[in-house]
Design a protein around this ligand. Structure first.
Ligand code: SAH
Length: 465
């Protein structure tokens, strides 16, 4: 909790006891505080879009393109680019992270909640989550029926959405400013080069690392090819390789998405860790922390450690876990730290089990040789659960070009024989036994999409491990 919550008034430059109204080119915006106490403070931004004025706008600025559009437009009633414009106009200083009176507040991370009464989401709940979850938001979304009198007409594209995050107010506002029109996939004004600058300004700190970067940019720039590719190039230049890797990770996820492979894999790994009775577990190369919430949900795991070489990935993992908001007891169970599997690391000693999910294929062969010793000789947990792609299965991915790996950062992908002989070699050298499990729907002669090896230390000591 943050106290006094009324500091929101300083951040927004709007006094909680006043109602203020602002004229905009398309109507009016009103700001007022339905509640303002030390514990909780809510500022409301009410948009009153002039629906008659809207119809009179010049052609081409009109958003819907069917015959009755001007009479049945949703624009006055939904969160859209009108709202983004109003945010910039009414909360301009807060949006750009300025606060003259209390500058120290600007960077302060506060538990914030934003409620959007009606948000059009072209792409539905799925896209909503894909846009906001990587930024650390918890999302509540209620989808509205197209017509409550005729339920069989199905769902509309309108949602009531509550987003929660612990972040600075300017972060929250910039995310809303950019992503509301992206979800709506529409803008009420002409989009030109200036829009790239706006995107660069407001997406500065977060867009380059966002897994949905491409679709955000494309939609934000109204699908204009030239602007989109220019903006993406700028972002990539700015963020260098990291951006590239992120987009590639997304590409891999997309390739595997159709068979829900990621989820199947994580469930299989969690199950093995559970069955072997492990209490203290490592997730090595934990990435953005997809496995960690599953482990945290199992009380059996008393100590969970996520390690990755990428600081950026760890930051996302931390947000995904809502680490700062976890109850004290949960927080004590989980730890994230930066480290490389290319170095012997004392912090990895003494654990019951380690998960290494889709990591080895990112190591080149000399690094892989070091990793083998780091894990099996020095850290030597009693159980190791390790997964990697089965290259034989790649022909089954329609959207993967022949001869390509699933991810550009992969240094290799192995056949079942290659993987098994590597794993058997390791088990012999370091005193483990190994068994193999298919993950995902196996195909005759080709095998499963993912292969998993489960290593057990031969002198494993007591217990079921
Ligand atoms: N296990 C995660 C992430 C897989 S992607 C999941 O299943 O979602 C591979 C991860 O390995 C990346 O996050 C990358 O940063 C990490 N990685 C690559 N080389 C590494 C190294 N030498 N040490 C630790 N992590 C490494």
């Amino acid at each position: 909790m943050y106290s006094p919550a009324t500091d929101l008034g300083y951040l927004l430059h709007k006094h909680p006891s006043r109602i203020q109204s602002f004229d905009l080119s398309f109507g009016q915006a009103h700001v007022f505080y339905p509640e303002a106490s030390t514990e909780k403070c809510t500022a409301a931004l009410l948009l009153d879009v002039d629906s008659v004025g809207l119809i009179r706008r010049p052609r081409g600025q009109f958003t819907e393109n069917f015959a009755l559009a001007q009479y049945v437009s949703d624009r006055p009633y939904v969160a859209s680019s009108f709202l983004s414009v109003a945010v910039a106009r009414v909360f301009g200083s807060a949006l750009s992270g300025k606060c003259k009176e209390r500058p120290e507040l600007v960077k302060t991370e506060i538990p914030l909640s934003a409620r959007l009464s009606i948000l059009p989401c072209r792409g539905g709940d799925k896209l909503l989550r894909r846009l906001f979850e990587p930024l650390g938001y918890t999302i509540e979304a209620e989808q509205h029926a197209l017509n409550t009198h005729f339920p069989d007409w199905g769902e509309s594209r309108y949602f009531t959405v509550t987003l929660q995050n612990t972040c600075s107010l300017s972060e929250l506002l910039t995310h809303l400013y950019v992503l509301i029109p992206v979800l709506d996939d529409e803008k009420h004004y002409w989009v030109g080069d200036a829009e790239i600058e706006k995107l660069a300004k407001h997406g500065n700190d977060w867009l380059a690392a966002h897994p949905e970067q491409e679709s955000i940019v494309r939609r934000y720039l109204k699908h204009q090819h030239r602007l989109t590719s220019q903006a993406l190039t700028q972002l990539r230049e700015k963020d260098g390789q990291e951006t590239h890797k992120t987009t590639q990770a997304q590409a891999e996820a997309q390739i595997e998405e159709r068979i829900g492979l990621n989820e199947i894999r994580l469930v299989a790994v969690t199950e093995i860790l559970k069955q072997c009775g492990a209490k203290r577990v490592l997730d090595l190369g934990c990435g953005e922390g997809k496995l960690l919430p599953k482990l945290l949900a199992e009380r059996q795991f008393e100590e969970i450690v996520g390690m990755d070489v990428s600081h950026r990935a760890l930051k996302i993992a931390q947000k995904r876990l809502h680490h700062d908001r976890l109850p004290e007891k949960q927080k004590e169970r989980i730890r994230l730290f930066q480290g490389s599997l290319g170095y012997r690391d004392k912090r990895l000693s003494g654990y019951d089990a380690a998960a290494v999910v889709e990591v080895i294929e990112h190591l080149d062969l000399p690094q892989l040789a070091v990793f083998e010793r780091v894990l099996f000789e020095f850290a030597c947990p009693r159980k190791v659960v390790l997964t990697t792609p089965n290259i034989e299965y790649n022909v089954k991915f329609e959207n993967l070009q022949a001869g390509y790996f699933r991810h550009k950062d992969h240094r290799f992908e192995w056949t079942r024989d290659e993987f098994q002989s590597w794993a058997v070699g390791i088990s012999k050298r370091f005193g483990y036994t190994v068994v193999f499990h298919p993950i995902g729907p196996a195909v005759e002669d080709i095998g499963p999409p993912t292969q998993m090896a489960v290593f057990t230390r031969e002198d494993g000591g007591e217990g079921t491990i």
